[in-house]
Design a protein around this ligand. Structure first.
Ligand SMILES: Cc1cc2nc3c(=O)[nH]c(=O)nc-3n(C[C@H](O)[C@H](O)[C@H](O)COP(=O)(O)OP(=O)(O)OC[C@H]3O[C@@H](n4cnc5c(N)ncnc54)[C@H](O)[C@@H]3O)c2cc1C
Length: 472
């Protein structure tokens, strides 16, 4: 049996950021898969590299938590700013999500004109800017100090946002953009599905603002694939790949970790498994029931991976909004990410594409094996056909390989069926899991924990966790 101070279960964005911040300690990251990064990994298939899920990297700018963490770790990421963050296409309507506000507004007005567009988007931008300037972001429970720091955060939120905090996204849209067209609403909702895993129906004004303002920040492409960023973060950390943690047993002051390869006695355990999956690791009834108290959030992904035999410049990211829902999915839009033509690894022998949309894990789980294969093929083919309609310089013959992933695929590789954080709305904000638990030495990190998904959301949670872990 080996002794470790801090064991980190999983090398997702959360596990990797907290490991990198504590790399000078006696720390081991356990990763079930042979690729690092979970939803933000890069994998090789048929001789080509593909990004598993995440393709955009946001927040590497002065004053932002992401840049602060990378600076603390001493890592300068190998990234390239996307000139146009995302091109949103709906029928013959096209809007480029760019940083420049006036240019964005003028494009928006040319296709989704509304007399209050300026007021709406100014508010969105202002709220987002205010949020990232907050000084006391904190959300932890189970100790007086944690409650105190969290209360200061709530007080800061109230002071900065006042009644805006209580406004729902839908009310704000209906009040500010009365008689908004269905297409314009779809333009907004399709972007919220990507950033928040929900539409304006279930979001607050604050979360909608953070979701919609994402491309007002610099959006980066990661050279060599998103997984390369994770590998760089973990380069000075002990990582045990292909080693799954099977159980965590609470001892008096420590935790006994049993993995597929060995046993370890640890002072602290940080779980980067989702909050819904962590209960499976424990036999202790108290810990099990703590984790089971979080209701499963069924936000999952359907992803199509495509390799093209062409080397031609495209934007890094497009979002295609269709009239109808994609078969077997819960969305009418899909997000297309192209590898950069000059990326020697990802674009070797042609471009690598990750195309994703939203679906429910429960749907795929209920199918027989035959139904599953049939529906997976149907969805994949539908997405490829639609994709080809929008990129007429790409022909079917240019596709040298294609395959798809459902929630079941995600489960077999990275142990999770849901693939995104739980949408934060007024109701869920209070039941949100925090990075600390009622059990001394046991912590959570990742997109199912405060403050949510993607690089920026997870980094906010990592920052709080780092303070809790080190009693700062
Ligand atoms: C299709 C898609 C597209 C996305 N696009 C973007 C984007 O463009 N930009 C962005 O910022 N975000 C994006 N996201 C969101 C982002 O990818 C996720 O929020 C983030 O990667 C999740 O990180 P995490 O820390 O929760 O860890 P996860 O990604 O869940 O990783 C957890 C890791 O822990 C490992 N693990 C779990 N249990 C065990 C165990 N018992 N033992 C050992 N290892 C274990 C898993 O194998 C996995 O590697 C996207 C997500 C998806 C699904």
């Amino acid at each position: 049996m080996k002794n470790i101070d801090i064991a980190i279960v999983g090398s997702g964005i959360g596990g990797s950021l907290i490991a990198a911040l504590n790399k000078n300690k006696d720390i081991v990251v356990f990763e079930k898969d042979h690729n690092l990064g979970g939803c933000a990994s890069t994998f090789k298939r048929f001789g080509h590299f593909f990004n598993t899920g995440a393709t955009t990297f946001v927040g590497y700018e002065d004053g932002h938590i992401i840049k602060n963490i990378f600076d603390k770790v001493g890592l300068k990421p190998d990234i390239l700013q996307s000139k146009i963050a995302i091109r949103n296409i709906q029928g013959n309507k096209k809007v480029d999500r760019i940083q420049n506000f006036e240019e964005f507004l003028s494009q928006l007005n040319s296709v989704y004109y509304h007399k209050n567009n300026r007021a709406f988007w100014t508010k969105i931008k202002e709220i987002d800017e205010k949020f990232w300037k907050l000084k006391h972001i904190y959300f932890a429970k189970y100790s007086l100090k944690a409650f105190f720091k969290s209360s200061i955060f709530v007080a800061e939120l109230l002071k900065e946002f006042k009644t805006d905090l209580l406004i729902s996204a839908q009310k704000f849209i209906n009040d500010t953009l009365p008689n908004i067209s269905d297409e314009y609403r779809a333009f907004i909702d399709s972007q919220l599905l990507i950033t928040l895993q929900t539409t304006s129906k279930n979001a607050t004004l604050l979360s909608m603002s953070l979701g919609l303002a994402y491309p007002f920040h610099k959006v980066f492409y990661v050279n060599g694939g998103m997984g390369k960023l994770i590998e760089d973060l973990l380069k000075d950390v002990k990582v045990n790949k292909n080693e799954q943690v099977i159980s965590v047993i609470k001892k008096e002051k420590q935790y006994l970790l049993k993995t597929t390869k060995d046993e370890y006695l640890c002072n602290k355990v940080v779980l980067n498994s989702t909050i819904f999956d962590s209960s499976k690791l424990f036999i202790d009834e108290n810990i099990k029931s703590y984790f089971q108290g979080f209701k499963f959030g069924d936000q999952s992904a359907f992803v199509v991976y495509v390799k093209l035999d062409i080397k031609k410049e495209f934007l890094h990211h497009y979002q295609i909004v269709l009239k109808e829902n994609i078969p077997n999915c819960i969305s009418n839009s899909f997000f297309v990410s192209f590898s950069d033509v000059n990326d020697e690894k990802m674009s070797k022998n042609g471009l690598s594409l990750t195309i994703s949309t939203h679906s429910k894990a429960i749907f795929w789980e209920a199918l027989t094996k035959e139904e599953y294969e049939e529906k997976k093929e149907q969805t994949k083919e539908f997405i490829i056909q639609e994709f080809l309609k929008y990129f007429d310089t790409i022909k079917k013959e240019n596709i040298t390989s294609n395959f798809a992933a459902t929630s079941k695929t995600f489960y077999s590789f990275i142990n999770r069926t849901n693939c995104g954080g739980k949408p934060i709305n007024i109701k869920s904000a209070f039941s949100l899991p925090s990075c600390n638990t009622p059990f001394e030495g046991l912590y959570n990190v990742g997109d199912t924990v405060f403050a949510g998904q993607g690089w920026p959301g997870i980094a906010v949670g990592v920052d709080v966790l780092n303070k809790e872990l080190n009693k700062i």
